[in-house]
Write a protein that binds this ligand. Structure first.
Ligand SMILES: Nc1ncnc2c1ncn2[C@@H]1O[C@H](COP(=O)(O)OP(=O)(O)O)[C@@H](O)[C@H]1O
Ligand SMILES: [Mg+2]
Length: 219
């Protein structure tokens, strides 16, 4: 089943008297275990597209399908639930909580659930990303690359069908960025679909497919 699909998606922002057509009819299907890189100039609609793929924002027109289910018109509560169980997020700024340990950060998406295996899964995920000996470290005790690997483990804690990343290597040097991309390649090999929005040429070397967006339209 296709993890995530957009059909005829349009997004128009209205601020005061100004209207910005950020997406002008986008069709894209992300297949299982596929690493898709979305590239395009600044302001072309990359983040807008990622937010709609991630059910963080709704399209003005068109359809969003999550694991074959039309999620375009779900209520906010239903959308949040669908997002939590099927989609993981990785951002340029990591968004870790400074006062929590690596393990606690990874567990954060499960705190309101009765999820007895969560701690074991979190430990195993941190081990898998090479941080098995850093469980009790807080973010200020970790390097940039280590922080991003904690964020990757957190994105995977609910075993999502797809992971969405916005400029995940944007705050990392080339070598550390490569480590993170190697990690993404391993995730992809385990059958998780990956969508990565980026300026970084290196990302396109790791992607199975590169989609270019220009002025709200896919090329
Ligand atoms: N919340 C918003 N309100 C109004 N305009 C927005 C908003 N978010 C993005 N835009 C506009 O939509 C267009 C696409 O933005 P964005 O998706 O952030 O592009 P990218 O991520 O490729 O730089 C730009 O013209 C931007 O100014
Ligand atoms: Mg952006």
């Amino acid at each position: 089943m296709t993890p995530l699909e957009l059909r005829g998606v349009e997004k128009t922002y209205e601020t005061g008297s100004e209207r910005v057509r950020a997406l002008k009819g986008v069709d894209v299907a992300i297949e299982p275990g596929e690493f898709v890189s979305i590239i395009g100039p600044s302001g072309s609609g990359k983040s807008t597209m990622l937010h709609i793929l991630g059910l963080l924002d709704s399209p003005t027109a068109g359809t969003v399908l999550l694991e074959g289910r039309d999620v375009t018109t779900l209520s906010e509560t239903e959308r949040t639930r669908a997002r939590k169980h099927s989609i993981g997020f990785v951002f340029q700024q990591f968004y870790l909580i400074d006062s929590l340990t690596a393990l606690e950060n990874v567990l954060l998406p499960t705190v309101y659930d009765r999820d007895r295996d969560a701690t074991a899964r979190a430990e195993s995920l941190l081990d898998r990303v090479g941080l098995g000996d850093r469980l009790d470290h807080t973010p200020d005790e970790l390097s940039g690359g280590q922080k991003q690997r904690v964020a990757i483990a957190r994105a995977l804690i609910n075993e999502p069908a797809v992971v969405l990343a916005d400029e995940p290597t944007g705050n990392l040097d080339r070598e550390t960025g490569t480590d993170v991309l190697e990690e993404f390649a391993r995730i992809r090999d385990q059958g998780v679909a990956l969508v990565c929005v980026t300026h970084d040429e290196l990302v396109t070397e790791y992607a199975d497919r590169v989609v270019e967006i220009v002025d709200g339209e896919l090329r």
